[in-house]
Ligand binder design. Structure first.
Ligand SMILES: [Fe+2]
Ligand SMILES: [Fe+2]
Length: 337
């Protein structure tokens, strides 16, 4: 099986290296400092009030779980299968830690992507309240990037996996896009709705108490970020021409497809010594479980909550149109009749 990682992020020795995204950004130097979006000003005030510090506000020295598990075993796709049952206890723990590192790595790369996208948006948006809010999100995402890297380094022996191809493609698009509202659709509307549900599930099911605390701290900031999308996008959708509206819908679907499909933690299984045939079994078991929705209760809850929030937000923004619905259904999002 081919790696799903784009070669551009990894050199021949397997080390990650910077990748570049060409972008054309128009900077609006805005000298009208009047409050023109009071709801965004309120989010900005909340952001200043609610800053937390990963260096001081996380109890990093709390003891880990006695057996070294990080997440609930139920978050591992093969949990409950013959493949899982055949593993020795030490390999179950090793897989638990590697899958946790893989998932947290994906989230950490997303934090950096969000940091970079929001720094572009500081330039691109017009109006003081939009700019001030985006400035707070830049700081928030820097702290999220920082705290997840520290977590992986201190609690997970710095196990690092490359950025998955789908995620690279999503951020290549977001960062290369010159219109702020398309970045917001992909980032604050789609990717952050997904991330919030995932952080909540991890917070509730974490075996390492420090992971639970890290996730809860990140969640304090994320509702503001989603709030930016829900407050700033309605005007864009309302004022769009028919052709522009189609572009908004298509970009929404693109972001959803990249965010919700195609993520498979191949490298942890490889590291554990799974053969090619065994990895194919993992993929098959995963597909069958998804088709039957045969998950542990909290994974079912995650899926329901994430799909529900996504559908509700799209509907509120007027983006859940007849063009969008079949594309959502095709990637397994359950829709209200
Ligand atoms: Fe974040
Ligand atoms: Fe965020």
């Amino acid at each position: 099986m081919d790696s799903q990682t784009t070669p551009s992020t990894v050199d021949a020795q397997g080390a990650s290296r910077p990748w570049t995204v060409p972008a054309t950004i128009t900077t609006y130097f805005d000298m009208d400092y009047a409050i023109d979006a009071p709801d965004l000003r309120r989010l900005y005030e909340n952001a200043k009030r609610d800053q937390w510090n990963a260096s001081k506000d996380i109890a990093w020295d709390v003891a880990p779980s006695p057996d070294g598990r990080i997440i609930a075993d139920e978050l591992i796709d093969i949990y409950g299968s013959p493949l899982w049952d055949g593993l020795a206890e030490k390999d179950k723990i090793d897989l638990n830690r590697r899958i946790a590192a893989w998932r947290l790595g994906v989230l950490m790369y997303g934090e950096q992507g969000a940091l970079l996208a929001c720094s572009q948006m500081v330039d691109l948006v017009q109006g003081t309240d939009h700019k001030f809010f985006q400035a707070t999100q830049v700081m928030d995402e820097a702290r999220h990037n920082e705290v997840l890297k520290r977590y992986i380094a201190e609690r997970l022996d710095d196990i690092s996996y490359p950025m998955p191809k789908n995620e690279v493609e999503l951020f290549e698009s977001i960062l290369g896009e010159s219109r702020w509202y398309l970045k917001t659709i992909a980032l604050q509307l789609v990717a952050e709705t997904f991330a919030v549900a995932l952080f909540k599930m991890m917070a509730e099911s974490a075996k390492d108490p420090v992971l639970g605390e890290v996730c809860r701290k990140i969640l304090l900031d994320e509702s503001r970020h989603m709030g930016f999308g829900m407050l700033s996008l309605p005007d864009v959708v309302k004022n769009a021409t028919a052709k522009e509206r189609e572009e908004l819908e298509d970009y929404t679907c693109f972001a959803l497809e990249k965010t919700l499909t195609g993520f498979f933690p191949l490298e942890p299984y490889r590291d554990l010594g799974f053969s090619r045939a065994q990895i194919e079994d993992v993929v098959r078991y995963r597909r069958e479980t998804a088709a039957k929705n045969d998950y542990a209760p909290f994974r079912k809850h995650f899926k329901r909550e994430m799909h529900g929030a996504m559908v509700q937000n799209l509907a509120r923004l007027g983006l859940l149109t007849e063009r969008v619905r079949p594309r959502l259904a095709a990637i397994g999002v359950s829709l209200p009749a």
